[in-house]
Write a protein that binds this ligand. Structure first.
Ligand code: SF4
Length: 343
């Protein structure tokens, strides 16, 4: 029987994906951008973001010159904003320490902020043809099923075992077709639930398929109920403008523009007067909004305060009042965008 890699390499040209916007390039910058955007995010969501980002920052030098605010603005709505902050920091490092050139070796790529071993390997494979193994979530699933690996891939011991398997499978030629095939198979056929084993080029050797129980692999950690937090957000409007403030650089929505939060127990009207000297003519509470983070759920209570145009208003450093349509285009997280759209 032909090898695992040979079957995938033969399968890819006819059944794999060929039209993704980052496939027609060997430019490490473009490949890096796509790999980072694709972490935790679906292809269909990434494509318009990828195109907009490249239209604004067509190369490493333009990204390194940009302000973080501009980068976050283009990332707004894509989530996991540390990816954008790391991308920006890595671009500056590449320009300063590497003369604006992308390193070719996986180990060197891996030293850049926000790039783990699998992402570094994918860049080295697609940009430079390096013979490196990848192991993203989809590939872990394919290997765990094919080789009936019983452990939880998020645990180090199982992950190390999967890395060993991934390395041992690497073909000596056609590394790019092989890697692309593995990604395509994991995304399209070997789906998390109800994999399409009947169409899979690996079906004859796949142990999970033979057992008729592919869904049982890979095992996942028992899910804990996510804790919930609640916050009141202040949508302070004055003469068609809304007040936004910049979040601290690290942490949730780090560096993004957000509505100020009202401390618990505070009366919105009093708070606006005390903090900004704004006299509020009307207060309205909008329906609450839920937003899921990886580790908790945030319940947002939006409180709209309309300040009277005549009242004085002193904004603080790190705050800005923007016309509503400009605010929606700023570097704001998805729930803020939704609330702005509803105003
Ligand atoms: S045969 Fe099924 S379970 Fe096995 S690798 Fe293919 S799609 Fe996945």
């Amino acid at each position: 029987m032909s090898t695992f890699a040979t079957r995938l390499i033969r399968w890819q040209p006819r059944h794999g994906r060929h039209d993704l916007p980052w496939q027609a390039t060997r430019d490490p910058y473009r490949i890096w951008l796509s790999e980072v955007m694709l972490q935790q995010t679906r292809v269909a969501t990434v494509i318009p973001y990828y195109r907009r980002f490249l239209a604004r920052f067509p190369d490493l030098a333009s990204l390194a010159r940009a302000s973080l605010d501009e980068v976050l603005m283009l990332w707004s709505g894509l989530g996991y904003y540390s990816r954008a902050r790391n991308l920006h920091a890595a671009a500056a490092m590449l320009v300063e320490a590497h003369g604006g050139r992308f390193p070719r070796e996986r180990e060197a790529i891996e030293t850049l902020p926000g790039i783990g071993r699998s992402t570094a390997a994918a860049i080295a494979v697609f940009a430079f043809g390096a013979r490196e193994a990848i192991l993203d979530g989809n590939v872990k699933r394919v290997l765990a099923r094919h080789f009936a690996v019983r452990g939880v891939p998020a645990e180090k011991r199982t992950e190390n075992r999967l890395w060993k398997i991934a390395e041992a499978l690497l073909p000596s030629r056609n590394i790019q077709s092989y890697t692309q095939a593995l990604m395509d198979l994991g995304a399209d056929l070997c789906a998390r639930s109800r994999p399409a084993c009947g169409k899979c080029p690996l079906k004859k050797s796949c142990r999970a398929n033979a057992s008729g129980n592919a869904d049982a692999y890979p095992r996942s950690r028992p899910r804990k109920a996510l804790p919930a937090r609640t916050t009141s957000m202040l949508l302070l409007l004055r003469e068609g403008e809304v007040l936004l403030e910049k979040r601290p650089p690290a942490g949730i929505w780090g560096g993004l523009w957000c509505f100020p939060e009202i401390p618990s127990g505070e009366d919105a009207r009093d708070y606006c007067f005390r903090r900004w000297g704004a006299r509020v003519a009307g207060v309205a509470q909008l329906p609450p909004l839920r937003h899921g983070f990886t580790h908790f759920t945030l319940n947002i209570i939006p409180v709209v305060c309309r300040a009277s145009p005549a009242s004085s208003f002193v904004s603080e450093p790190g705050q800005v009042s923007l016309p509503l349509e400009d605010a929606a285009e700023a570097a704001v997280p998805a729930p803020v965008k939704r609330l702005l759209a509803g105003l």
